[in-house]
Ligand binder design. Structure first.
Ligand SMILES: Cc1cc2nc3c(=O)[nH]c(=O)nc-3n(C[C@H](O)[C@H](O)[C@H](O)COP(=O)(O)OP(=O)(O)OC[C@H]3O[C@@H](n4cnc5c(N)ncnc54)[C@H](O)[C@@H]3O)c2cc1C
Length: 499
């Protein structure tokens, strides 16, 4: 059964943090536009954006070692770290705007201050960390970062990690107190509540099955209403595909030339979660280590204090793995179904090239619980198996595409793919992910609405005062914005004073 066509200005597919962010920005810029959301699950933020499905790190490159690489001459390239940090500052500003204007409330329910630390062992790694610290700490964005290779200091910073450590290998850490833990699930739910109270039509249990261009240039989505079993058709002038891992198959259905020669490679994840409150209380930081050889950058092990349901928790992981599903709630046929005549060579080339990754993922899938505990004991030497349970995290679908580096190159970033006329955009990839949602959605606006950007600029600057500027090059502005957003979001500790 089908019903009549319903026309609207904007359709957002998926109720994750990306659609939530785009919808919220658009509602501020053009409140008169009608927006509809279709989500196949029963509520918002249930897939990757859910608090149990991601690591909740406010990625600002304060602790993730994969954002700083060593050049052949031994110097450290910090350009990527600066870029990620700048992107996170945009999110902080937008969230702060929403709180200040009472569009969302109780920021402590979605963002909490937590020190971000990097921890390494071995002479070479310690030398790398020291150089990285020297390069970063003179940059305004990384002000306040400390380095220590002194065991007494480390015992003060990370008692749980240092207790019972017998190795005589050199060990060192950096610590910066401006880090955050972000509950992206709570944030997503708050944003959808805000959208709902601003007349956005949010349709849960509505699964998008097909996408077609109509003769008058609109996008028509065929939606299965899972509540009633009815097939509905809705059209919009602009379509955003924010289906998380499910975005690639939906993008392929649009048939736009930009959707061709792209594949997806799903990487699944597991965390260990501590069930002993006494252990949880002994740790207060997000501590990132170094990735193992062959491991993809997003499976760097880390031991994280998290705030979930207003309760302090402790999670370790993620352990990567392989599952052919594109969403946690997806189907085992997702991967094979995404192979099309136009991307089969790209996908095969990636398969040949990424043997080390495949080997790593197979090893990870085969890990027994005791082996996982052994990896945890590299962080917490005295960890007891009975204190830790396993939780299954979200799926990340990494983009495979042909690049200058060759056919079938695996990408670890996020990619906005849009039609040349800007009428449809999709978000693919998952790193650095939710933390940079505001930056990525501004990119969607720039690509899809270039004709409106001039007119929208004053409002964007009201929401995001640093828009168009680099904070690393404007230290006084950074200090002002940092301190203001810290106050609004309840992150105030020590104020930053630039000298
Ligand atoms: C293990 C792991 C750790 C991570 N850690 C971090 C971290 O520490 N920090 C960080 O910033 N990011 C992290 N991320 C990335 C972050 O979670 C994602 O980038 C972000 O949540 C993606 O949001 P989204 O809205 O694109 O997708 P999702 O939150 O997955 O939402 C997509 C929605 O679309 C719906 N959907 C899909 N297909 C259809 C369809 N056909 N019809 C209707 N609805 C559909 C889905 O049901 C889902 O609700 C992590 C991810 C994983 C998996």
């Amino acid at each position: 059964m089908s019903n009549v066509d319903n026309k609207t200005d904007v359709i957002l597919i998926g109720a994750g943090v990306m659609s939530a962010t785009l919808g919220s920005i658009l509602k501020e810029l053009v409140p008169e536009w009608d927006i509809k959301v279709f989500e196949k699950l029963g509520s918002a933020g249930e897939e990757s954006s859910n608090e149990w499905n991601n690591a909740g790190t406010g990625h600002a490159a304060l602790c993730e070692l994969n954002y700083t690489s060593e050049r052949p001459d031994g110097s450290i390239d910090i350009s990527k770290a600066i870029k990620i940090n700048e992107q996170f500052q945009l999110s902080r500003q937008f969230w702060s705007y929403l709180v200040k204007h009472n569009l969302i409330r109780n920021p402590q329910d979605f963002i909490m201050p937590i020190p971000h630390m990097s921890l390494v062992q071995g002479e070479k790694n310690v030398a790398f960390l020291k150089k990285r610290f020297e390069a970063l700490s003179i940059n305004p964005l990384f002000q306040g970062m400390e380095f220590s290779d002194d065991v007494d200091k480390l015992e003060e910073w990370i008692p749980l990690i240092m207790d019972g450590r017998t190795s005589s290998e050199p060990i060192a850490a950096t610590k910066i107190n401006s880090g955050t833990d972000v509950n992206f699930g709570a944030l997503t739910r708050m944003l959808f509540e805000h959208l709902k109270s601003n007349d956005v039509e949010i349709n849960y249990k509505h699964s998008v099955k097909n996408i077609k261009r109509t003769n008058d240039g609109l996008w028509q989505v065929k939606v299965h209403n899972l509540n009633t079993g009815v097939i509905e058709y809705h059209t919009a002038k602009f379509l955003f595909i924010g289906g998380g891992g499910g975005s690639l198959p939906l993008l392929q259905k649009t048939g736009i030339p930009e959707s061709k020669h792209i594949g997806g490679f799903p990487v699944s994840g597991l965390f260990l979660v501590c069930n002993n409150p006494e252990v949880v209380e002994q740790h207060h930081a997000k501590v990132y280590g170094k990735a193992k050889v062959g491991a993809p950058p997003m499976s760097v092990p880390h031991l994280d204090t998290r705030y979930i349901d207003n309760k302090k928790s402790l999670l370790f992981g993620p352990f990567a793995g392989f599952s052919p599903k594109f969403l946690k709630t997806g189907s085992n046929l997702d991967l094979i179904g995404s192979v099309k005549p136009n991307n089969v060579i790209t996908m095969l080339a990636a398969g040949v090239k990424e043997m080390a990754l495949t080997k790593y993922l197979i090893q990870q899938v085969m890990l027994s619980n005791e082996k996982r505990m052994e990896e945890l004991r590299e962080f917490i030497p005295n960890a007891k198996s009975e204190d830790w349970d396993i939780v299954v995290a979200g799926q990340r679908v990494q983009v495979i595409k042909d690049t200058d580096a060759g056919r079938g190159t695996l990408q670890f970033g996020t990619e906005v793919v849009s039609a040349s006329d800007g009428s449809v955009a999709a978000l693919l990839g998952a790193s650095p992910g939710a933390s940079t949602a505001v930056h990525v959605m501004l990119e969607v606006l720039q690509k899809c609405f270039p004709q409106h950007m001039k007119e929208w600029e004053p409002k964007i600057k009201e929401m995001i005062p640093s828009y168009g500027l680099l904070l690393a090059e404007n230290p006084e502005l950074f200090q002002q914005i940092y301190n203001e957003t810290a106050q609004t979001l309840g992150l105030s500790g020590k104020e930053l004073v630039y000298h």
